[in-house]
Design a protein around this ligand. Sequence first.
Ligand SMILES: NC(=O)c1ccc[n+]([C@@H]2O[C@H](COP(=O)([O-])OP(=O)(O)OC[C@H]3O[C@@H](n4cnc5c(N)ncnc54)[C@H](O)[C@@H]3O)[C@@H](O)[C@H]2O)c1
Length: 430
Amino acid sequence: MRIAVFGLGYIGSVSSGCLARLGHRVIGMDIDPEKVALLGSGHAPVVEPGLAALVAGANAAGRLAATRHTDVAVAESDVGLVCVATPSRPDGSADDTQLVNVISSIGRAIRASGRQEYAVIVRSTCLPDVHHRLREILAATSGLSYARGLGYATNPEFLREGTAVEDFFAPPKIVFGAVGREAEAACRKLYAGIDAEVFFLDPAAAAMVKYADNYYHAVKVTFGNEIGLLCRQLGVDPYTVMEVFCRDRKLNISDRYLRPGAPFGGSCLPKDVRALRHAAQLTDVPLKMLQGVDASNRYQIGRLVARIEAADPDAVGFVGLSFKEGTPDLRESPFLEVLRRLVSAGRRVRVYDPMLLQLPTGEHDPISELRAFLAPDLGALTDTCDYLVVTQKLGARMWDGTRVGARHHLLDLTADPTLRRFGTYEELYR
Ligand SMILES: NC(=O)c1ccc[n+]([C@@H]2O[C@H](COP(=O)([O-])OP(=O)(O)OC[C@H]3O[C@@H](n4cnc5c(N)ncnc54)[C@H](O)[C@@H]3O)[C@@H](O)[C@H]2O)c1
């Protein structure tokens, strides 16, 4: 492909050298004359292991040039890769000025050239709403439409400084958010030959993947550091602790506990989180992030109550009351807390939980105060409640034959796609 790279800073320089290495013809464009002069003469504008050789080789082979002029870059390419900076403003928001400027000038150059096809791929990190605005600016300034000729995509960048060239050729994943057939086709060709899982999303979701990644990385670093601080105060070696922690690939370094869903609860997490927070307070170590976990979880429980209350249901039915399925343990179940709050607000409430039904009745009944709320089966729950809070995946078969219809409102905390066919369906975060 003929690719123009707009912005020859860190990401733009690495992308230029690596894309040329993949066999594309690349022209780099920047408003900084020094960077243009460097890249144009076969020198890397940034220092990054392996980049100098790539740039020199591509330049010598005639596959890498540079310009200060947007119209030249657009004329020499079919795809524009935007790699300008999105720095922080004093209030923390991401400054999109460079993006707006470069997208407008690419649009104007497309219009001036009279060409009918062009695709722009934004690699810079920016929030979903910015992509929406950039798409509109590109269409308005170029005069082309996404239905015909114009393409827009975002393709967040996951490479790390210091190993950027290596990461480019072996990325953890490739993510695109593409609008228009031209953009999708350009995206597919861009990294042909690179072995990585490819995801095509809408631009907003693709942009959020990048932010979720970076936030998670920041959370990981902070987690390690806060455990380190606490261990030091308690006289424990944090390096050993975290070494063993990281060796657990089943629960710790895995995709467990990472999907948006219900607040945490149960017999262990809430009490142990509180105990560590308390220990930290005693040792005078402010574990800012870890201390926030408890408060965040309590907020989620409150949010759940407010959401149910806002629907003003006649009767709320809980499908599952324990903190997770497969156990009748109700200790610190967030749903029990939600139930209590609804009952004290005067709501009619019922529960269907197959594990609770197995508990002994009579003298040794551990849930005697809850018995009055229990429905004997799912049908009895759906018959008497118009608002169903689904906290456990019971499996589609359990629902078959239950009379769930238009009068029912399902709030599904398990994001079970088989339930979407029932009544008014809502997921917690969708
Ligand atoms: N640096 C990283 O490791 C990294 C990793 C992933 C994502 N990102 C994202 O990639 C984007 C670029 O980051 P960077 O570190 O390469 O930035 P940078 O500051 O190193 O480079 C930006 C370049 O854009 C040029 N520029 C500004 N306005 C321009 C215009 N109108 N036309 C052409 N060029 C223009 C600047 O002169 C500069 O050379 C950011 O959104 C960043 O968040 C960076």
